[in-house]
Design a binder for this molecule. Sequence first.
Ligand code: TXA
Ligand code: MG
Length: 323
Amino acid sequence: MNIKKSSKQVIKRAAKIIQAGGLVSFPTETVYGLGANALDPLAVAGIFEVKNRPFFDPLIIHVASMDMFEKKTGHVPEKAYQLIEKFWPGPLTLVVEKSELVPDIVTAGLSTVAVRMPAHPVALDLIKECDLPIAAPSANPFGYISPTTAFHVEKQLKERVDLIIDGGPCKVGVESTIVRIDRENAYLLRPGGVSSEMIESVIGKLNFVDEVKELPDAPGLLKSHYAPRARVVIITEGGKINENTENCGLIAFKRNNRKQKFKHIIILSKKGDLCRAAAVLFSALHTMDGRQVKRIFIEEVPEIGLGKAIMNRLRKASAEKNN
Ligand code: TXA
Ligand code: MG
C-alpha cells in the first residue's frame, strides 16, 4: 500500500516525487487529484496513461498563489479577477488564455488553460513545497466515479501511483465548477462546488454551454461520465418504481418511507441538505459498486444550488456508456 497519512514529512516526500516527474494523488476539498508537474510534458503524459484518459481531454492546473496563476495565463479579464477575489481558494476553475509556459499536452492544444486554487491545506502545502503548478484530474480511471477518499484512489489505481496522501474525506465531494471567461462573456462549462447562482451574483449572467456550440468538446461534457459499473437509474423522490428491485441498491436523497425491498439502502442526507448530499454522493456510488448490486436506483434532488452539480453527475452516471 502506498497510502500515507498527511504530515509535513509526507508532503516533502510527495513534492520530491512531483519534482522528479512522478505521480502523487492528493486530497482537495472537492475530490482527490492525480497530480504531476504541470510544466513537464512527460510527467503529464503519465497521468493520461494511468487514467486511460484520451489526449483530447485537457487538465486543470492547480496553483497556490496569484503569482503562479499569472505566470501560466495570458490576458485575464476583469470578471475572472472578481471571481478569484470571491471564491479562491475554493472549488472554482477558471478557463482563460494560456501563457507559453503551459505545455500543449496539458491543454490538449487549446489556446486556453483551466486553473484553480484549491482550498485544501494539504493541496496548497504540496504545491508550495514543490514550488510548481500541479496538473491534476480526478484520481480515477477515465469515465469512472471520482474518488472522495484515499481508499477510493487506492482501490482504483493501486500501485500505478507513486504515493497517495491521505487527508481524510473530501468536504465538498463534487468537482469544481468550471467557468470560461473570454473578453466579452462568461460560460458555465461544468456545474460544481460553487453554485451558478453564487457566480451570477458576482459577475452577472452566465451563458450555458448548450448555447455555445463552437466551444471545444470538454469531456466533463461527455454524456456518459462519473459512472459506476452497475447501471444507474434516476427516480423521483419517493416515487414508485415499476421494476423488480431484487439485488438492487437505493440511494435516497433524504429519509423517506419507501416500501419497496432493496438489498442496500444509503441515505445521502437524513434532513435533505444538498451540501451534505454532494459530499457523500460519490462515496455512496463507490459503496454500491463494492456491494455488487445489479442496479442502483437514485432519487432526484432539487435543482437549486449544489443540486445542479449533483443532478449533472447523476445524469452522466446514468447515461449509456457509448464513449
Ligand atoms: O474539482 C476538480 O476540478 C478536480 C480536482 C482534482 O481539482 N479536478 C477535476 O479534473 O475534476 P478533471 O480532469 O476530472 O476535469 C477537468 C475538466 C475536464 O472536463 C476538461 O475537459 C475541462 O476540465 N477543461 C480543462 N481545460 C479546459 C479548457 N482549456 N477548456 C475547456 N475545458 C477544459
Ligand atoms: Mg474527472
